[in-house]
Design a protein around this ligand. Structure first.
Ligand code: CAA
Length: 241
């Protein structure tokens, strides 16, 4: 039987590419999304991947959503914590709402999604948790104190949980994408993108969502069983850590 994968934020951007690549690699995929019904329906039609709506920032919704996926597809073997939002603002203009929204989704979302599947992975002695962090969790980014804090937190989460999962056949890894050609990056002011970001990417271009998706497929595979607690950086050489 095919292994079951959940991809949060899996119907758009990097998440859609991950869902599609995992399906292509033979997994039964559930693509979660929080709000955009139209995009999810279009993705479902085009990719033939089941879509499920809940908000990863809410623990009870995650428990209920995961139960729904498991009833339909079976126990979750692979969890890709990809859902993420930005609420960029210089710190002096950063409101408590913008802080909370980003921490709740981008950091607490990992707890809310991973905790309900963890015991099952331990019981079955197999699991893959793959957290999509960010270059800006590694280096920090002006205008993103909230986002950088959450994404750096994702790396701590990954390293601590990896140690707990290691003896149980569960690997926990993070991927740090750089600037990828998605709606999130296209929302950055054009002038900032052209003057302050692109010139700092040695390969001279934005990344493609599929370039992150291929990292996920590798980390999900049996071949990656000795890799845990790792951070896989895919940023066109922008930051070398
Ligand atoms: N890198 C370097 N300089 C930047 C910058 C960046 N990413 N973002 C802004 N700046 C600079 C601007 O060029 C500007 O410089 P000057 O004063 O010399 O012109 C200064 O900071 C202030 O910027 P704004 O005039 O735009 O100020 P604002 O208050 O109107 O807006 C902002 C601030 C909301 C942070 C806006 O600049 C912005 O959206 N910047 C982009 C921030 C960013 O990089 N976000 C990443 C989004 S993609 C993502 O998050 C995915 C991922 O994981 C990589």
């Amino acid at each position: 039987m095919a292994r079951v994968a959940i991809v949060t934020g899996g119907t758009r951007g990097i998440g859609a590419a991950i869902s599609t690549a995992l399906k292509g690699a033979g997994y039964d995929v559930a693509a979660n999304y929080a709000g955009n019904d139209e995009a999810a329906a279009a993705f479902n039609k085009e990719a033939g991947i089941a879509v499920f709506k809940w908000d990863v920032s809410d623990y009870d919704s995650c428990v209920a959503g995961i139960a729904e996926v498991e009833a339909e597809l079976g126990p979750v073997d692979i969890l890709v914590n990809n859902a993420g939002i930005t609420r960029d603002a210089m710190f002096h203009k950063l409101t408590k709402d913008k802080w909370d929204a980003v921490i709740d989704t981008n950091l607490s979302g990992l707890f809310n999604m991973t905790h309900p599947v963890w015991t099952g992975m331990r019981d079955r002695s197999f699991g893959r948790v793959i957290n999509i962090s960010s270059i800006n969790g590694q280096k920090g980014q002006m205008g993103q104190v909230n986002y950088s804090a959450a994404k750096a937190g994702d790396l701590g989460f990954t390293k601590a949980l990896a140690q707990e999962g290691a003896r149980k056949g569960i690997t926990v890894n993070a991927i740090c994408p750089g600037y990828i050609a998605t709606e999130m990056v296209k929302a950055v002011p054009q002038e900032v993108l052209e003057k302050s970001i692109l010139p700092h990417i040695p390969v001279g271009r934005l990344g493609e969502p599929e370039e992150i998706a291929r990292c996920v497929v590798f980390l999900a595979s049996d071949d990656a069983g000795f890799i845990t607690g790792a951070t896989l950086t895919a940023n066109g050489g922008q930051v070398m850590v």
